[in-house]
Design a binder for this molecule. Structure first.
Ligand SMILES: Nc1ncnc2c1ncn2[C@@H]1O[C@H](COP(=O)(O)OP(=O)(O)OP(=O)(O)O)[C@@H](O)[C@H]1O
Length: 387
């Protein structure tokens, strides 16, 4: 795995500290004291490992997303950090102070952590202002300035005296955010905080939420199963699978350097071209691929996302000439083509082995089923994994 400047950057490299450009004008990070440190936590339920050896650090002002499929242990990890559940082993520190290990288990309210969950959990009998002031000593009266400042920042100044049932879902989410931020928590834990919202609202609310969290310099651990949400929100993504963190990194890095086929496939549809490595090369209908590190005769998978296939017209049974960047072209016949909004998705049945490959093209391009076309793979966008 390589960083944008080509130097090794192993999976799991923590992103702590400030991003600064290095001598090649690529960003690198300066180490600082993490605000949240999770060290080797595991959790067993009824003899079953649900979280295994998870370690993470979150720097001041950093947003880390725990991303993974349903049931992989994201919420359990978050609940352990919050203190509403307890790990079977491992420890957790907040600003250098241990809040939970084998001996200590600090209650949630003493951890300096704000919580925000999917259902917002506003108090129905309290006004918006009273909800926001709920966690502050002295309530609204003693904290007018902070409450009003936060409500102004979430654009709800005129709703001070309104009750939750009189608000839309998006407005309720903003009240919940203001309430969670009111005591200035060092760390905010968010579990699918946008999933109850209408699609159209969601992007806008995510952006506003992120802006406010950054302004407050809050460190955030956010659970989501949506890759788009993680990529939009996170400084760092921790990709979880079956209770373990399988890869960590900045969104760009994790998307472009997936640790295995499943990690690549979690972010988008993928195509797989199979072959066998011989002498560090794998022969495919799309030309040869360098496959160093794979034993002779070992099956390998060349993985590519649909947007990185190129489509070319058939010229009397011939395709485009091979190039260094794209290799050779292989012919397929359109199985079906669909318009999917910003782009079209074209599925091909490949002549050489009858497999289906998918290509997306950024426009309306809807060739008829049965049309022969030629495909090439953008080599710089292919990933090679052992099969
Ligand atoms: N209190 C519990 N007792 C027994 N099993 C539990 C308990 N809490 C969670 N689990 C199990 O642990 C596994 C992980 O659950 P968790 O809620 O952490 O997953 P998740 O990744 O957050 O999933 P989702 O995205 O669906 O919320 C699941 O198989 C779940 O059934």
């Amino acid at each position: 795995m390589a960083s944008p400047c080509g130097r090794p950057c192993p999976a799991g490299t923590p992103l702590l500290g400030l991003l600064i450009p290095d001598e090649n004008n690529h960003q690198r990070t300066l180490p600082t004291q993490p605000r949240l440190e999770i060290h080797a936590i595991s959790r067993r339920f009824d003899g079953r490992d649900v979280v295994t050896d998870v370690s993470l650090q979150v720097a001041p002002g950093q947003v880390t997303c725990l991303l993974g499929p349903s049931g992989c242990g994201k919420s359990t990890t978050l609940r352990i950090v919050a203190g509403v559940d307890r790990q079977s082993s491992g420890n957790i520190s907040v600003e250098g102070r241990v809040v939970s290990d084998d001996r200590i288990h600090m209650p949630p309210e003493h951890r300096g952590i704000g919580l925000m969950f999917q259902d917002f959990a506003l108090f129905p009998h309290l006004s918006v202002a009273q909800n926001v002031a709920f966690g502050l000593d002295g309530g609204y009266r003693a904290n007018r300035k902070r409450v009003e400042e936060l409500l102004e920042r979430v654009d709800l100044s005129e709703f001070l005296d309104t009750y939750p049932h009189q608000l839309s879902g998006g407005e309720q989410q903003r009240v919940a955010l203001a309430r969670a931020l009111a005591p200035r928590p060092a760390i905010m834990l968010m579990d699918e905080p946008f999933s109850g919202l209408d699609n159209r609202l969601r992007d806008d609310i995510r952006d506003r939420t992120l802006e406010l969290l950054k302004e407050e310099n809050t460190s955030v651990l956010l659970v989501t199963h949506e890759p788009d949400e993680a990529m939009r929100m996170a400084d760092e993504i921790a990709l979880m699978r079956a209770g373990r963190v399988v890869q960590r990194g900045a969104p760009y890095h994790i998307y472009n350097n997936p640790v295995d086929r499943a990690a690549a496939g979690f972010f988008s549809d993928i195509n797989i071209v199979r072959g066998f490595s011989r002498g560090a090369l794998t022969e495919t209908p799309f030309g040869q691929f360098l496959t160093p590190g794979h034993a002779d005769g070992a099956p390998v998978e060349i993985v590519i996302r649909p947007q990185h296939l190129r489509i070319d017209f058939d010229r009397k049974g011939r395709g485009p000439n091979p190039t260094a960047s794209d290799g050779a072209a292989a012919r397929g016949v359109v199985e079906r083509a669909r318009f999917i909004g910003r782009e079209s998705l074209v599925e091909f049945r490949m002549d050489h082995d009858g497999t289906i490959l998918k290509a997306t093209v950024p426009a309306v391009f809807l060739p008829k089923p049965g049309t022969p076309l030629w495909l090439t793979l953008r080599r710089d966008r292919c990933f090679v994994f052992p099969a």
